[in-house]
Design a protein around this ligand. Structure first.
Ligand code: CP
Ligand code: NVA
Length: 317
């Protein structure tokens, strides 16, 4: 299984889940589950020994940074982390020159940044794989971990109904739309007007859904979104880079909070998911995030396993 996905993905970029086919995504999740079992047993295999993985963080990060470094360790690769200002892409050196320099040292580049057009430019110049560690538009690594978590919990993804409530225009909403379309799930986005998904993203996922049989609903009604769903998801109301809009967003999104009342509309066995960091008392209450239905720390753990599978598949050996 790992050989198949490795040869399919080796040398490719992952800028969004839509860069993968449904079959490739299935195989990555399978490999992630195998790696998780292997690590739990304490078995060591170092398929990326002597490989060097650059990790550039232009926005803050806890989970992504630590889980990528840990994944590198688990695979025998060396992580080289550049964060904050004063390093790559911040001294006036051209993107092209920076990338052409970095790839003389590195076997893959993991990048957290703002505009999707910027990571696309980096990927265009790079001959090494470029992995999106979160942009304004997408967060595919989180998507991989979340699919792994849902699959562990429910056994299979096909036909599962997931509801995302809150800022439907952000990177997580877009990522769940892609994930659901590729895996033939039913996805519902509950968000106020002005916070609906990017029409271009919606258009692209609707095309994927036509082939896969996934169903997509975007509604302003949080109850309609959550009704009988097996997975209820939310995310921060003000993403990184939107700090100036925070006060307005708290007002606009107030009635989209995931609380016990909203969770009661979901299926009796519904789980709650959040990529974290959570803003308790804003998009989610303590009762929900601390409840037995909450899988948020399984999601956080699965970042490590999902990214190890991704690196093992994407880094050419
Ligand atoms: N979920 C996530 O990407 O967390 P960090 O911002 O802490 O990396
Ligand atoms: N939408 C959030 C996700 C954080 C992991 C943000 O971009 O800040």
């Amino acid at each position: 299984m790992s050989d198949t996905i490795g040869s399919a993905l080796a040398g490719r970029d992952l800028l969004k889940l839509g860069d993968l086919t449904g079959e490739e995504l299935h195989q990555l999740l399978e490999l992630a589950a195998q790696i998780k079992t292997r690590l739990a047993r304490g078995e060591c295999e170092y398929p990326l020994a002597h490989k060097r993985i650059g990790i550039i963080m232009q926005k803050p990060s806890l989970r992504t940074r630590v889980s990528f470094e840990a994944a590198c360790g688990a695979l025998g690769a060396q992580p080289i982390v550049l964060e904050g200002k004063g390093n790559a892409f911040s001294r006036g050196e051209s993107v092209k020159d920076t990338v052409l320099t970095l790839e003389r040292y590195l076997d893959a580049l993991v990048l957290r940044t703002y505009e999707d057009s910027f990571i696309a430019e980096v990927a265009e110049h790079a001959t090494i794989p470029v992995i999106n560690a979160l942009t304004d538009g997408f967060h595919p690594c989180q998507g991989l971990a979340d699919l792994l978590t849902m699959k562990e919990h429910f056994g299979k993804l096909e036909g599962l109904t997931i509801a995302y409530v809150g800022d439907g225009s952000n990177n997580m909403a877009h990522t769940y739309l892609e994930a659901a379309a590729l895996m033939r799930m039913n996805v519902r986005i509950g968000a106020p007007l002005g916070y609906h998904p990017d029409p271009a993203v919606l258009d692209a996922v609707e095309k994927i859904a036509l082939n896969s049989g996934a169903r997509i609903l975007v509604t302003t009604d949080p109850v309609e979104a959550v009704k009988d769903a097996r997975v209820v998801i939310t995310d921060t109301w003000a993403s990184m880079g939107q700090e100036d809009e925070r006060e307005r967003r708290l007002v606009d999104l107030e009635s989209y909070q995931v609380n016990d009342e909203l969770m009661a509309q979901a299926a009796p066995d519904a789980i709650f998911m959040h990529c974290l960091p959570a803003h308790r008392g804003e998009e989610v209450t303590d009762e929900v995030i601390d409840s037995d239905a909450s899988c948020v720390f399984d999601e956080a753990e699965n970042r490590l396993h999902a990214q190890a599978a991704l690196l093992q598949s994407i880094v050419p050996v």
